[in-house]
Ligand binder design. Structure first.
Ligand code: 5CA
Length: 437
């Protein structure tokens, strides 16, 4: 992609409500544009990053056998009346009437709809276990949408639902999903700490929030510092049961505000290890057994032929929120830093171009073609602009590697720079092999 062809409306004008860095940087880099309070359009740069996050989430869900499907954004109120949540959900639910006067709603979550799909299709324990998921827009009419994509009214979420015969199997599904979340956030370059959490309007008795520590987070969290030392890359999962694995990642004290009890914290965590800070919730998982299957009459024949409500859990990841959360976790002043796994491009070629000198651009185009051949996703900055502006712009966009073609470029050696490191002078072959790594 040539920068001159990219729709990337970089701006310096920020609205006063852009209070936190991720919101400011996303607007400045032309990643999103607000269309109404808490509702955003995703412009090409922001959209590309969000899609990369989505793809990693998808791969990790598929790898535990979860099956992707797609449910609609608009739901009928009938199933919500059956579960009793139509009234309970209150003003956060956006209610709509169709032309026949039927009560509809924009889905804030999908427990009811998936239970309805399941009850009409699956009748026997032989079809269990199942995990179904979709990645779809949700709407919650938040009283105070703020912080850009972090607390929106319309947001993009992966939500998965597990179906099992009994509580023991269902806990196994919960543990499987728990561990897959640890892996997912690790691939996204994030340290998301699982914290014991309240279940809120989703309900149930077992729940964890996955929280990234950040000063601008909205959740107050309390933890034993030692939980920060647990590292998936050093964890040996061989011969361990899923239950043991979940416990290894969640037995050190870490809770959200609602679960916090002062005396318990002081009793369980040494003073010097106590961590009281803020965090961003990027995922939330729930085990709620028959909370929905019972009122919705979603019954399964067990091995003895007796009908029993299917046992369920639900598992969310805030995909659009993760774009902002990743910025909050990694930015440095006016510089965004994307983990390589989700960076909008692998590398940018920054070319010093003037009207009189087209030679640099020709060199750059040659490199561009070579890298493209290797399946490296490269952006070529072919805009006529002074180099210091170009550097500022690329600091903002945050592509992890730069190749600089300017006065210092020799015959076949180029300036190559990894974000936050020194410039190296390398041949194209060396650059290719560094990028391939
Ligand atoms: N049905 C369950 C699990 S699928 C559920 O809806 N859980 S949730 O309410 O915790 O939402 C899941 C994730 O969506 C959250 O962890 C958060 O990352 C994201 N999320 C929730 N509300 C918003 C919002 N208003 N703006 C952006 N992301 C949100």
């Amino acid at each position: 992609m040539y920068l001159s062809n990219l729709f990337i409306p970089i701006t310096k004008d920020l609205p006063s409500e852009a209070k936190i860095k991720s919101h400011q940087l996303m607007l400045r880099a032309g990643m999103i544009k607000q269309s109404a309070a808490g509702i955003y359009s995703w412009l090409p740069l922001g959209f590309k990053i969000m899609k990369k996050i989505e793809q990693i989430v998808r791969e990790e869900q598929n790898s535990i056998g979860a099956q992707e499907m797609l449910m609609p954004t608009i739901q009928s109120s009938e199933i919500w009346k059956e579960s009793g949540r139509y009234e309970d959900y209150g003003q956060e639910m956006l209610r709509i009437k169709d032309r026949q006067g039927r009560e509809m709603l924009y889905g804030p979550t999908n427990e009811e709809l998936i239970t309805d799909i399941f009850r009409t299709s699956m009748k026997s324990y032989k079809s269990l276990p199942q995990i179904l998921y979709h990645i779809q827009w949700k709407f919650r009419d938040e009283i105070r949408p703020r912080f850009g994509v972090m607390r929106c009214r319309e947001f993009y979420m992966k939500d998965a639902y597990s179906f099992d015969l009994n509580d023991e199997d269902a806990k196994n599904s919960y543990n499987k999903m728990f561990f897959s979340y640890i892996k997912t956030f690790n691939r996204l370059g994030l340290k998301a700490i699982p914290m014991a959490a309240e279940t809120g309007p989703i309900g149930g008795d077992l729940s964890h929030e996955f929280v990234i520590l950040a000063k601008t987070g909205e959740s107050q969290v309390y933890a034993d510092k030692r939980i920060l030392e647990i590292d998936l890359d050093e964890y040996d999962a061989s011969n361990k049961s899923l239950d043991k694995m979940r416990k290894d990642f969640s037995s050190i004290y870490a809770v959200t505000d609602e679960k916090f009890k002062d005396h318990e914290f002081n009793k369980l965590v040494k003073k010097e290890d106590q961590l009281k800070t803020k965090g961003i919730e990027v995922g939330h998982i729930f085990y709620f057994s028959d909370k929905y299957s019972k009122p919705l009459n979603c019954l399964i024949d067990d091995k003895q032929g007796k009908k029993t409500p299917v046992r369920m859990g639900s598992y969310g990841i805030g995909i659009s929120r993760l774009v902002g959360a990743t910025i909050e976790a990694n930015y440095n002043n006016e510089i965004m830093k994307w983990p390589k796994s989700i960076a909008p491009f692998d590398v940018v070629i920054i070319v010093n171009i003037s009207k009189s000198n087209k030679e640099n651009l020709e060199k750059a185009e040659k490199i561009y073609k070579e890298l493209k051949k290797q399946n490296i996703d490269v952006l070529l900055d072919d805009v006529e602009e002074n180099m210091s502006n170009k550097f500022k712009k690329h600091d903002l966009i945050g592509i992890p590697y730069q190749i600089i073609i300017g006065s210092k470029t020799e015959q076949d050696k180029f300036e190559f720079k990894e974000q936050n490191s020194k410039i190296q002078i390398l041949s194209l072959e060396n650059i290719k092999s560094q990028l391939k790594k």
